[in-house]
Design a protein around this ligand. Structure first.
Ligand code: PLP
Length: 222
């Protein structure tokens, strides 16, 4: 079944990739389904999409097991701030975590990954705009946090960031790409509904798109 918004975004992603001399297959589209019901998600599943992102463990735990029963090939990404006491649930439910941002969370996740024998890849989230209210580790602290994560046995896939709301995201994408390059990391989780094409031109391997796929959210979601 064709999903017009999905088709449109996949087309724009492929075009951005070609402009950047990259392969479209090297960029994953994470459909950000926070606040969306199963009924809103099913048309994307029917269109063949399998990669989704959520920002709250509890909401994901309520919603996804039922959908997973019909689609065992789903890939679920945790893109929101994660409390250490939810690490066990997150490791069991998600296939990737994009919000590894502090030593206490490294400890909690490493312990749960060992306990569950489930070593899921993680992105280290960087507070790229140095905003006090946002998650993510400080830019200067990123190399040390990466070293700590690797030492704990965590598979670090790359870096993730959410640039400041009303700023031009391009310099922030470029900075995150440079940080990843300097650390020999292949993964770059950046770009949302308004800016995924620029993010792809600057090297994004994972774009996180919600409203462009589902329409505006009526419930605020942090
Ligand atoms: C909600 C959210 C997105 C998607 O945002 P849209 O503007 O709806 O595309 C991407 N990343 C994170 C971390 C989010 O919380």
């Amino acid at each position: 079944m064709v999903h017009p918004a999905l088709k449109d975004i996949i087309g724009k992603m492929a075009k951005a990739a070609r402009i950047a001399d990259r392969k479209p297959s090297d960029i994953a589209l994470i459909a950000v389904s926070k606040t969306r019901s199963g009924d809103e998600i099913r048309p994307l599943l029917a269109a063949g999409h399998r990669v989704f992102g959520e920002n709250r463990v509890q909401e994901a735990a309520d919603k996804w097991p039922a959908l997973k029963a019909d689609h065992p090939d789903l890939e679920l990404h945790m893109i929101g701030q994660l409390q250490s006491n939810k690490a066990g649930e997150a490791v069991a439910l998600f296939d990737y975590i994009h919000s590894l941002d502090r030593p206490s969370l490294i400890k909690a996740l490493a312990k749960e990954m060992d306990r569950q024998d489930r070593h899921i890849p993680c992105f280290v989230q960087v507070n790229i705009g140095e905003e006090s209210q946002k998650g993510g580790c400080d830019i200067a602290a990123t190399p040390a946090l990466l070293a700590q994560a690797r030492e704990a046995g965590i598979n670090v896939a790359g870096l993730m960031a959410v640039p400041p709301d009303s700023a031009n995201p391009v310099p922030y994408f470029a900075l995150l790409a440079k940080l990843a390059r300097d650390q020999d990391l292949a993964g770059l989780s950046m770009g949302m509904s308004g800016d995924y094409e620029s993010a792809i031109k600057l090297g994004a391997t994972h774009v996180r798109v919600g409203t462009a796929l589902f329409g505006p959210r009526d419930t605020p979601a942090g």
